[in-house]
Design a protein around this ligand. Structure first.
Ligand SMILES: *Cc1c(COP(=O)(O)O)cnc(C)c1O
Length: 393
């Protein structure tokens, strides 16, 4: 798992390590959780709807439905979209495997389209040629918090009568052409895992403008149940228990109030990295497209030219220097389970080249300027030791 936890574990016991991402929990977050614990409702209470309304308002969407994880939210989104056996969904290979696992759970098949190396996002030009009579949806991922090319993707979807399921697990708080992520796709999925924009421990949400999707999402979360009179209820769908507790929703509400501040801090950290690396010919950052504002979930650098062959050395040297770097992501179709589904290991040359070059550097709201300097120095020293004759820095 490419999460903060694993970054800690791989440190070989050597603390402190600066992780690639981590939560920001403040005193008022603690108080919010305590009052939820002292209230009458630990789950299925008023905090759930409060968080859903706040999320919908923040994103400019009509409906929000919260779930026990981003993974559960993705599954619910696929359910709401009506994915089933024989359907195809066009998506990006540079994502966390939860994205495409959700598609497979409904018996549908992920069809991988190649990426744009500048942003790490699905290349809209690669989408059209992969549309078949079986295609039901396009599933873009806002990689690193950088919004995908949603205008073009929506246009393709509209023309071909497809749904857009947006995996925005990295992108809560991001904007695309002045629209908040969460307001643009048929269904948009967020995660509240500790490394994401805001956290509820585990948690997630789906946003939509569509009432019938909203109803399917809420039913799916709660056993497919629709409440009736008195004790009566009808089971209309094959649902599950994917609820988020009131304890978590209280934390989510408290976190959501800080979201803009968190994103502004991430943005400042990203700008400081980009500034520092401006003259470094050996690396190029992955940047958002100019018509969007990223949520900066990840700060990803690409090793240029032949330096890609030294990626493992760079990675290990940074880990040795207590920098909790990570790699996001191995192209999904290269994993053994996906290979067993018959995907070629060489499906998307851009994604494979991208994967061979990338390293995620630490970025999170409480990363201090001096910690960031440590990261920059460690990277500089690493490149010096690997690449004696590198250009001036
Ligand atoms: C985090 C993440 C998920 C899954 O979210 P969880 O809350 O960890 O279940 C799905 N897709 C992407 C792209 C993610 O980064």
């Amino acid at each position: 798992m490419a999460y903060a936890g694993s970054a800690f574990q791989n440190a070989g016991g050597g603390f402190p390590l600066i992780p690639y991402g981590r939560q920001t929990i403040e005193e008022d977050d603690l108080q919010a959780v305590l009052s939820a614990l002292r209230s009458d409702w630990l789950t299925q209470g008023p905090k759930v709807q409060e968080l859903e309304e706040a999320l919908a308002r923040y994103c400019g969407a009509r409906y929000a439905v919260v779930f026990s994880s981003g993974t559960a939210a993705l599954q619910a989104a696929c359910f709401a979209a009506g994915l089933g056996s024989g359907d195809e969904v066009i998506t990006s290979p540079i994502t966390f495997v939860a994205t495409t696992n959700a598609v497979l759970w409904f018996g549908a098949r992920p069809i991988f389209a190649d990426i744009q190396p500048e942003t790490g996002n699905i290349d809209p030009e690669q989408i059209e040629s992969r549309i078949s009579p079986k295609t039901k949806a396009i599933l873009p991922v806002d990689y690193a918090g950088h919004p995908a090319d949603l205008q073009v993707i929506r246009e393709i979807a509209r023309k071909r009568n497809l749904l857009v399921i947006e995996d925005a697990c990295h992108a809560l708080g991001a904007t695309y052409q002045n629209h908040k992520i969460g307001s643009l796709s048929d269904v948009t999925v967020f995660s509240f895992h500790p490394v994401k924009s805001i956290t509820t421990g585990e948690g997630g949400a789906v946003l939509t403008q569509n009432k019938s999707f909203y109803e399917r999402l809420t039913r799916f979360r709660h056993h497919g149940i629709q409440k009736g009179n008195d004790w009566e209820y009808d089971v209309l769908d094959l649902g599950l228990n994917y609820r988020l507790t009131d304890i978590q929703c209280a934390l989510g509400l408290s976190q959501l109030r800080k979201l803009d501040r968190f994103i502004a801090t991430r943005q400042r950290i990203a700008e400081r990295y980009t500034q520092a690396f401006q003259e470094w010919g050996e690396i190029a950052p992955v940047l958002p497209s100019p018509d969007s504002r990223s949520a900066w979930h990840l700060y990803v650098i690409r090793l240029q030219g032949g330096l890609a062959q030294k990626r493992r050395e760079v990675f290990r040297s940074l880990r040795q220097r207590k920098i909790g770097v990570q790699v996001h992501y191995i192209p999904v179709y290269q994993h053994p389970y996906y290979q067993a589904q018959g995907y070629s290991p060489e499906l998307c040359p851009q994604a494979e080249d991208f994967y061979s070059r990338i390293i995620s550097l630490p970025i999170y709201p409480t990363l201090t300027a001096s910690q960031q300097d440590e990261v920059i120095q460690a990277l500089g020293a690493t490149l010096d030791s690997i690449y004696e004759s590198s250009p001036a820095r």
